[in-house]
Design a protein around this ligand. Structure first.
Ligand SMILES: Nc1ncnc2c1ncn2[C@@H]1O[C@H](COP(=O)(O)OP(=O)(O)O)[C@@H](O)[C@H]1O
Ligand SMILES: [Mg+2]
Length: 444
């Protein structure tokens, strides 16, 4: 079953409250009025009983007893006042004067010269205590309450509808905006307005739209970058194949260059899949307490020969530094930094790998005396596909993805990466992770 809308529910709720309030007021007012009217009526009846008693005494004296005539006369006299009566004699007999009284009774002693002749009981002839005027008063009060309830219900309905409309209008706007976003119109925004709570929802939706737009922008850029990156080696490959087909260049001489282009493409694809891996939300890390020094040493040893080959002096100084990490990923980080130093350092330069602890932190540092990075470029080095001017022309460079991977992996380890670089002097990359305390290691 569909739930009724905000307008219907708010309107009905307010009407219910208004009617209940007026109903309660009517009920309490009626009760108070009735009890007062009844008390007054009872007092009146008691006074009338006193009168009837003195008339009865006079009739008794005039007739010389409760003769049939006396009783008839007494009954007539009472009927004139709209009353019925009966007499209870001292010996317990009940003497009637006309029809028996009914309903609410009032009693009074019939006294003659200090002697009790009887007790008279009186009631109103119609058996109803309240007078006509009393009943009319009650009736008109009820009617007034009914009118009040109607007016209140109407007012509540109007207020409810207005209120619901004021509440739901901005909600409808938010819904319309969300639907536009859903259809792909990422420019859609909610206009500010409405209650603070609703405005907050609108602002949240706007932020979400902002993020969506940003993501979409990034996606488009990435695709464009990727196409651009792939175009260079693939075009090179194609032109060489065409040259070979046309007999412009003999195939054997071309083959090595073609192999290079193909390798570049393969490496780019490999890098891309690594980056996609690193950027996956909730990257599956196999974290365990590891000694960063051990991990770094392994990578350093693998690189040592390549540094020697490039005419670069490589040194490492590693002291134990424990942290929670995925050894394979940390290896990847160190390898990326070392391969950059290798690529961007001239023969005769120096590269050092250092691991250690600084207070609550463990760090891995790769420093080189290479070409360095321009200060205005430092903000871009972690952007995918971004490559410095100096490196763009280098045959040794990668595809501009290495540092993007490094940053993602370090982030996944709740760490950070700092860089200092001076063009022409060298660079220093420092990966910092929260260190594991010795006690924690001993305990766990
Ligand atoms: N050690 C370094 N010395 C000088 N420049 C560096 C160094 N490391 C990175 N860079 C600069 O940062 C850019 C991005 O690095 P990276 O993401 O590893 O891409 P790639 O190495 O494929 O060019 C490089 O192109 C280079 O300009
Ligand atoms: Mg690199």
């Amino acid at each position: 079953m569909r739930r009724p809308g905000l307008r219907a529910r708010l309107g009905l709720a307010l009407v219910a409250v208004a009617v209940a309030a007026v109903g309660l007021a009517a009920f309490i007012g009626n009760m108070g009025l009735s009890s007062r009217l009844e008390r007054a009526a009872r007092a009146r009846l008691a006074v009338q009983a006193g009168h009837v008693a003195s008339v009865a005494a006079a009739v008794h004296e005039g007739s010389g007893g409760w003769t049939p005539d006396a009783r008839t006369e007494l009954g007539h006299l009472a009927a004139l006042d709209g009353l019925r009566l009966s007499l209870l004699l001292p010996d317990g007999r009940v003497v009637q004067a006309g029809p028996l009284p009914a309903g609410r009774l009032a009693r009074a002693p019939v006294l003659l010269h200090g002697r009790r002749l009887a007790t008279v009981s009186v009631s109103y002839a119609n058996g109803v205590l309240l007078s006509k005027e009393d009943q009319q008063l009650k009736g008109s009060l009820d009617r007034l309450h009914l009118v009040a309830a109607g007016v209140a219900a109407f007012a509540a309905l109007v207020v409810g509808l207005v209120l619901a409309e004021a509440l739901s209008r901005p909600l409808r706007r938010i819904r319309a905006t969300a639907e536009r976003l859903e259809r792909g119109d990422l420019e859609a925004r909610v206009e500010a307005g409405g209650e603070p709570e609703v405005r907050a929802v609108g602002r949240a939706l706007n932020r979400l739209a902002e993020t969506l737009g940003h993501e979409e922008e990034l996606r488009k850029e990435s695709v464009a970058d990727l196409a651009h990156e792939l175009r260079t080696p693939v075009n090179g490959l194609l032109s060489r194949i065409e040259a070979a087909e046309d007999g412009l260049l003999p195939l054997p001489e071309n083959l090595a260059a073609m192999h290079d282009e193909a390798t570049r493409t393969a490496r780019l694809l490999e890098d891309l899949s690594r980056l996609a891996d690193a950027e996956r939300p909730g990257l599956l890390l196999d974290k365990a307490p590891i000694d960063l020094a051990e991990v770094a040493k392994t990578v350093g040893q693998a690189f040592a020969a390549r540094f020697t080959q490039a005419g670069i002096t490589f040194s490492s100084g590693c002291t134990a530094a424990w942290a929670l990490g995925d050894p394979e990923r940390i290896e990847q980080v160190v390898a990326n930094l070392l391969s950059n130093s290798l690529a961007y350092t001239e023969p005769g330069g120096k590269v050092s790998l250092t691991v250690g602890r600084e207070g609550p932190e463990a760090f891995v540092e790769v420093a080189d005396t290479g070409v360095g990075i321009d200060p205005e470029d430092l903000g871009h080095i972690y952007t995918r596909f971004w490559r410095g001017d100096r490196s763009g022309s280098r045959s040794t460079g990668g595809s501009g993805i290495g540092l993007a991977i490094v940053r993602e992996l370090v982030r996944a380890h709740e760490g950070r990466i700092d860089v200092e670089s001076t063009p022409g002097r060298g660079s220093r990359f420092k990966v910092v992770l929260p260190a594991l305390q010795r006690e924690a290691l001993a305990g766990g």
